[in-house]
Design a protein around this ligand. Structure first.
Ligand code: NAD
Length: 496
């Protein structure tokens, strides 16, 4: 196993992302021996922390997030250093460069530097530029920039941000995080498709009726009302995570499993995505907003009563859409997506519904055959299910739907690594396959902008209200009914 040796600089080291995701992920890599002992982490942020304070915070975050033996925690947290930082002051960057140089000497690290942007996106461009002009990127090893979402607010702002960071880093030095791409089962889509003779021949419009992708949350906006008001579900979830899953499901087999080949196939899918604009938006997309309701028997408020939310807000907390991919493989097959907050269950699932048989030999018993479904469970459960029809037990015959289940947790008790852990490791190895390329952002933002332009016109209808604790507004069902389809249930215990 390759053990990368690097300095990781975390901009925003006192923040929520660093605490909940980054520190535990670096620790897990260390514990599993995937990280060389020759590493150091420099946390920078505004607060006047010291090395001791960051080490205490790192330890506290690992104690609360990591299960199992943590006896090497002190040894690990001693690799952490802290620098109070002002992103606009040149001297901050000189201090940073001096600190990194001394750590590279101390830990015998060959000039490899990762700059992880875990603070508000308005600073990303300034930081990247200053890193270059002040010589922090000038090393004898490699330098990489990791960038969190949101990458822009629309095409124009994404392009502006991209132009700024490209002044300082080349495209192959930039790792744009889409943490869905670090998930075990999202990575498994490729394996299911390209390592199984039984699926790939059927993976087209001759045999697949429709594809349904659901990513639902039970949480509301919590304390992120201010951010969410300017974002909404379309920008927060569809532009990135949902479209990434669509492109992995719809892409043609790449010639090789290399970063460039996979990306180029994904980009072709986004290029074939039918643009939905003007009057068409209403026909292809439904936006909703949660009203009051019950989650796990607890009363919860509606979106408009949440903290830092405009009481007349039209921001969508739910989106359902019908995407059409106009190419030979997918012409006529709807890819339905839906995502929202305060829904019935927290779940991310993909359902591939196969076409019906040309005739039903079992109809004499007035039996309708259950559709064949391939279900990819992304989270919280991980696995694959296949719904088939089998013979009903007993002499009368007839059919009954049966489900073959493969669950990661059920089968080998294997605890899959956190998405961030995997992505950080990939970045250290220089593997950008599971990060978003600018061309993907370019196409996805253009697709999204055409929809949000319509929704943001004052004259447009308000979002449909749905009670908290449901699967969104009824209009999302109508979207599928038009094509004779329905959303398959995503609840764990129901036969899907
Ligand atoms: P946060 O507000 O908790 O932390 C922000 C950090 O930036 C703090 O350490 C703060 O001190 C630092 N900071 C802010 N202004 C600064 C300045 N002028 N100079 C120096 N330091 C400054 O934010 P967060 O939740 O950790 O999110 C960080 C980034 O990660 C954001 O872009 C966010 O969209 C993204 N993100 C967060 C999560 C999450 O789960 N928290 C998930 C996905 C993406």
């Amino acid at each position: 196993m390759e053990k990368p040796s690097t300095v990781i600089v975390i901009f925003g080291a006192t923040g929520d992302l660093a605490k909940r995701k980054l520190y535990p992920s670096i620790y897990n890599l260390y514990k599993k021996g995937q990280l060389s002992k020759k590493f150091a982490v420099v946390g920078v942020a505004r607060r006047a922390w010291t090395n001791e304070i960051i080490r205490e915070n790192v330890s506290a975050s690992i104690k609360s997030e990591v299960e199992g033996d943590i006896s090497d925690l002190d040894e690990f947290s001693n690799h952490f250093y802290y620098l109070p930082f002002d992103v606009t002051s040149k001297s901050s960057y000189h201090d940073l460069d001096n600190l990194i140089n001394s750590l590279e000497d101390e830990y015998d690290i060959q000039g490899n530097r990762i700059f992880y942007m875990a603070m508000a996106p308005e600073f990303f461009g300034t930081i990247a530029l200053n890193l270059k002009t002040e010589g922090v990127t000038n090393t004898k090893g490699w330098t990489r920039l990791v960038i969190e979402k949101p990458f822009g607010h629309n095409y124009d702002s994404a392009k502006k941000l991209n132009d700024e960071i490209r002044e300082a880093f080349t495209e192959d030095e930039i790792y744009r995080i889409d943490h869905y791409l670090g998930k075990e089962m999202v990575q498994n889509i490729e394996v299911i498709r390209f390592a199984n003779a039984i699926f790939e021949p059927l993976w087209n419009n001759r045999y697949i009726s429709n594809v349904q992708i659901t990513s639902s949350e039970t949480l509301g906006v919590e304390d992120r009302g201010g951010y969410y008001e300017n974002s909404g579900a379309l920008r927060d979830m569809v532009q990135n995570h949902m479209l990434q899953m669509v492109s992995l499901l719809a892409m043609d087999p790449p010639i090789r499993l290399t970063t460039d080949e996979i990306r180029s196939e994904k980009i072709k899918v986004l290029r074939a995505l039918r643009t939905i604009k003007g009057d068409k938006v209403e026909k292809y997309f439904v936006r909703g907003q949660y009203g009051p309701g019950k989650i796990n028997n607890n009363e919860v408020p509606g979106y408009r009563s949440e903290d830092k939310v405009n009481p007349d807000s039209n921001t969508e907390t739910f989106v359902a859409g019908k995407l059409m991919i106009d190419n030979h493989r997918w012409a006529g097959v709807p890819f339905y997506i839906r995502t929202g907050k305060r829904m019935k269950e927290k779940s991310t699932k993909i359902v591939i519904q196969f076409k019906e048989l040309p005739m039903n030999l079992y109809y004499k018993n007035k039996e309708t055959l259950h559709s064949n479904l391939l279900i990819i469970h992304i989270q919280p459960d991980e696995g694959i299910s296949l719904t088939l029809n089998g013979k009903k037990l007993g002499p009368t015959g007839g059919t009954v739907p049966v489900r073959l289940d493969y669950r990661n947790d059920g089968i080998d008790g294997f605890n899959t690594p956190e998405a961030y852990e995997r992505l950080l490791y990939d970045c250290m190895l220089g593997d950008a396959t599971n990060f978003a390329h600018w061309d993907e952002l370019d196409l996805s933002w253009n697709f999204i902008d055409a929809i949000s332009e319509v929704w943001e016109k004052k004259s447009k209808k308000e979002p449909f209200l749905y009670p908290s604790g449901t699967m969104g507004p009824n209009e999302s069902e109508d979207l599928l009914q038009e094509n004779g389809h329905k959303w398959w249930p995503i609840t764990k215990y129901e036969l899907e």
